[in-house]
Design a protein around this ligand. Sequence first.
Ligand SMILES: Nc1ncnc2c1ncn2[C@@H]1O[C@H](COP(=O)(O)OP(=O)(O)OP(=O)(O)O)[C@@H](O)[C@H]1O
Ligand SMILES: [Mg+2]
Length: 457
Amino acid sequence: MTDPVLDELLRPYRDQIFYLGHVHGSKPRLPLWFKHFDRGPDGAGEAYHLGIFGKTGSGKSVLAKMILLAYARYPKMALLVIDPQGEFARDMKKGGTSGEFALPVGDVARKLGKQPVTLTVRNLVLDRWELFEQILFESLFFERLTVPKGENRELACGVLADKLQKAKIKLADLHQRKSFDAAWALLQDDKVQKVFYRTEASRARFDTALHEADPDEFFNDYWRPVAELFREDRPGAKSINKALAWLLSLTNDDGAPRDNRPILVIDLSKEQAKGLFWNDKIQSLVIKRLLDGLGQTAEYFYKENQSLNALVVIDEAHRLAPRELPSEDDAARGVRGVLIDAARTTRKYGLGWLFISQTLSSLHPEILQQLRIFFFGFGLALGQEFQSLRQLVGSSGTALDLYQLFRDPHSAFDAKSRQYSFMTIGPVSPLSFSGSPLFLNAFNTVEAFLDANDLST
Ligand SMILES: Nc1ncnc2c1ncn2[C@@H]1O[C@H](COP(=O)(O)OP(=O)(O)OP(=O)(O)O)[C@@H](O)[C@H]1O
Ligand SMILES: [Mg+2]
């Protein structure tokens, strides 16, 4: 096979073909196709879930960025990236790249007419009373009022949120002193106290703590950092609903059809969050809220007989959907639960997921089961990983023999001779009709990738 022969054979599909690299151990480029998830000539008619696996440094993130650009060619597709290290966020900036393979993802996307926007998780404004209850529960507010973590505190948070709502106080106004004053007054109300402390003795203890406390200190140190998360006029912040509507809407503000749906990157990397109450639990609650919103929107589109036509990329997916989780970590279990559920249900809504993970065993098995397209990079040839791989690929021995010949890219002497090899299974190529795996070496220069796909600037 040579490139001209392949080109001729695949002429009818030329517009759909996308290249990530060359056939492993050979010259021609491996023709792949990444169809969008709606109906129509370039569409698959349903979403695909994809997975990229391989040990650290095997080139997963780079491959994911190339695939992201394959989908970015479709104006109608909306793309969401959950970015644990801030790596995609960096790449989206003007002239931004990361790592040795300096792919300017943002610049190429902009050239394709797609606008990338990055939000840190902390810039997502929370918009549910339920979240206020949960976050107040996690915070030091009630701790300092001598209410330990447990059922009483849960009840206290619940009744406080309830009464504040009844007093017509808005979530977005919770950061104001007058909202705090209202809350502080509510807590002194005997009827309110009775909701979370039954015995007179506990109520008396709480009441004493409340009266000895300095309201100014409580407002500044314990209330505001929580309430700020719900504040809509925080600079640079967007409510979760608005962010999702911006990403997924099919029309502009004036109701005209939109030319191109954007790319939204949610940056989860750690950075200073001044004046905000923040920890991993809060992060999990925010991500869950975002994913819930996405699922609801997808369902809504489905009822309107429309495909959401969106892809969510989750790098280091084992962090959000691990196989093992301590049973007490409710917030993290919540996120994993939505992901498992989404992998099962959202395909028919036109919502696809690309999960990236270093090992097969670290990702929850129910998610693995739902993947249609796999890319396996270097590093899964041993022990338990190899067993899992064998299960997924089937026992077609020769494919696994070839896979085992993959070399660690970083064992190569110089950068130029490094090979980032992948085995792929699933309907990702006009050549994958037989169901047997295909093998590729990813392009090892940015130019080769851009040229092959007519993306050069
Ligand atoms: N096809 C490629 N050609 C040249 N360099 C590459 C290629 N793929 C990856 N690299 C480089 O190799 C390094 C590791 O790649 P990458 O970050 O994609 O690995 P990874 O599998 O995502 O690792 P981790 O699991 O640690 O995130 C980076 O510096 C990257 O730029
Ligand atoms: Mg990576």
